[in-house]
Design a protein around this ligand. Structure first.
Ligand SMILES: NC(=O)c1ccc[n+]([C@@H]2O[C@H](COP(=O)([O-])OP(=O)(O)OC[C@H]3O[C@@H](n4cnc5c(N)ncnc54)[C@H](OP(=O)(O)O)[C@@H]3O)[C@@H](O)[C@H]2O)c1
Length: 342
């Protein structure tokens, strides 16, 4: 087998392809022959060595992937050999409230991720993926897909007719756009260019705000909602966007805290929160049960993730480089894993 590892340290220069022995599944494990992986913003943070003390080299990166079961342990009753499955982002969160040691069970740091031709996982930590998806599309689900699902399901599910504001057009945002539309919500998306705006409209967004020409996008959201504000904001921006998100949401509305692409230290004008009965709810991906619920919705509504670029396994570092300069809409995927085992 072959795998990519940040072996000596982080940084693209330390991402090395290594040959190893084919792993053997334990009694409760399955062995996956990997078919595709998908990169998230988080993988950049890991590559830069900025994901905290728990995430250290040597590390096989990337959380999101899909493979075919080619061997199962003696005590495994499912999945079966030949099934297509993805490992859950949190390997130890089956359902219900998160375990208190949530951080230790994340794939792609601190646990080894999926950038390997073959991977062993506990059978209880892999999930069958929807048959209508290609391998690349299915590979986007464990972190990006499940996070979008949780953001629209927690603390209570979005309802038809509600207005959902989604910040940006990254992997989480695009899946959230599809899921929000399927749930009957009105969608408003902010983005950074005219080209992206057009693509987002093609994908079905009801209103797109180009923040490169409309800095005061919260005002525009309020205007578009008869000065009431949206019901829910998917806050993917962080430091530079939180204040406007608070202004854009209605009294009694919900801000789902998900990401921090613009930085970690946000300033919060408390009266705007305290006097308006807002809910600030943080989401951190989701459980295996959430993953299964997402898959049912994707099948029911024939939803397909958006893929912008596919890079072969042998050239995996190029996918990380592409993520750093990403100008397009859609997930960057890695495929042809088994060609990489030559
Ligand atoms: N809490 C969780 O469980 C969880 C799970 C997954 C991801 N995340 C976080 O969510 C964020 C997005 O992750 P991702 O993987 O979807 O990212 P991604 O695919 O790399 O996309 C990032 C997007 O951020 C947008 N962006 C950049 N600057 C922005 C700004 N000033 N305001 C608003 N949007 C801006 C860009 O969209 P435009 O050019 O269209 O604006 C860009 O496409 C990251 O912070 C990530 O760490 C959290």
């Amino acid at each position: 087998m072959k795998y990519w590892s940040f072996s000596e340290g982080f940084g693209l220069e330390n991402l090395i392809r290594i040959s190893g022995e084919l792993p053997t599944p334990g009694p409760r494990d399955v062995l996956l022959e990997m078919r595709a992986a998908s990169l998230n913003y988080r993988d950049l943070v890991v590559m830069r060595g900025q994901h905290g003390k728990l995430v250290q080299p040597p590390l096989v990166p990337v959380s999101d992937g899909v493979g075919i079961v080619i061997d199962v342990g003696s005590q495994v009753s499912g999945p079966a050999i030949g099934d297509r499955a993805s490992p859950a982002f949190y390997q130890h969160w089956q359902g219900g409230p998160p375990p208190t040691d949530l951080d230790v069970g994340r794939l792609g740091g601190p646990l080894n991720g999926v950038l390997a031709t073959h991977c062993v996982f506990p059978a209880s930590s892999v999930v069958a993926v929807p048959p209508h998806l290609s391998d690349e599309e299915a590979a986007t689900l464990p972190c990006a897909g499940v996070t979008a699902w949780s953001a629209l399901s927690e603390p209570s599910p979005v309802r038809p007719g509600e207005t959902v504001l989604i910040l940006g057009s990254g992997g989480v945002a695009l899946m959230a756009l599809s899921l929000a539309r399927a749930s009957g919500a009105r969608t408003i998306v902010t983005t950074s260019s005219a080209a992206k705006s057009e693509k987002l409209l093609d994908l079905g967004a009801d209103l797109v705000i180009d923040r490169s020409i409309d800095e005061n996008w919260a005002r525009t959201v309020r205007k578009a909602t008869d000065e009431v504000g949206c019901d829910r904001v998917l806050e993917l921006g962080g430091a530079a966007t939180l204040s406007q998100s608070i202004k854009a949401v209605r009294t009694g509305g919900t801000i789902i805290l998900i990401g921090n692409v613009t930085g970690n230290n946000a300033e919060l004008y408390l009266p705007l929160v305290l006097t308006r009965r807002l809910t600030l709810h943080s989401v951190t991906c989701g459980s295996r049960a959430a993953f299964e619920a997402l898959n049912r919705a994707l099948e029911q509504h024939d939803i397909r993730p958006v893929i912008s670029k596919v890079v072969p396994f042998q050239s995996a570092p190029a996918a990380f480089a592409a993520l750093e300069t990403h100008q397009d809409i859609g997930n960057i995927c890695i495929s042809s894993f088994q060609d990489g085992d030559a």
